[in-house]
Design a protein around this ligand. Sequence first.
Ligand SMILES: [Zn+2]
Length: 227
Amino acid sequence: MFLALLPAEHVLKCSLEQFLTRTDLTPLPSLGPCSVAACTRQAGVLKSMVCHAHNCRLVDAKRAIPDLDIDGWKAIQTPIPEGADVSFRGLTELVVAQLVYGIQQRCVDGARTTHHRLRRLTAWLRQHHVASLEDIDPLHAGANGIDRLTRGPLTTIVTFVRRAGLTPEIEYVKDCWDLTGFRSCGHHRLQRHLTALAQRDLQTLDPAHSAPAAGRKRRGQPPQAGE
Ligand SMILES: [Zn+2]
């Protein structure tokens, strides 16, 4: 810790020779972790309880905004970059689990998620206090400040997370199915679901609607003239 950052009572105004002869001195306790939620460093500034790098940012932020909400600022600050590390600190446990799962599934698909992209994504999630990736509409994330290149990984990760919770029972009641929800089904069970769906459609469709029209609706195609 820099002497200038220590309280006056902790500063010994003595020469180095005098200091080295003292036997009654003990090290000061650590200040503990930096109080910026995302930071992995040790605090180095007693007054703000943040690391030196974040203290520099804090000084600039307070200069720009004199009545800065410091606790809120600490909650959404990005960590100090360290090599290729990506900090998940400051995110909810659920979001961390969802990110790890989504990245894993991207790997399975052969997609690369760079640490630069992941840093931008985690910074955006932290800034928006996202409690679950399932709450995000990636199409609208762009309007909320996420850049175009980061929106791609976000979209696929959110899709993987949503699909992880799909079951045939959840999908069955919807008008438009995501067939990945039927992955756990054997062929015969899927066949039964499709048969049940066809019977449901026949029972609920307006008699004026034809079966081909229902089929097109399920495939997401526009109705033809007269349907
Ligand atoms: Zn820090």
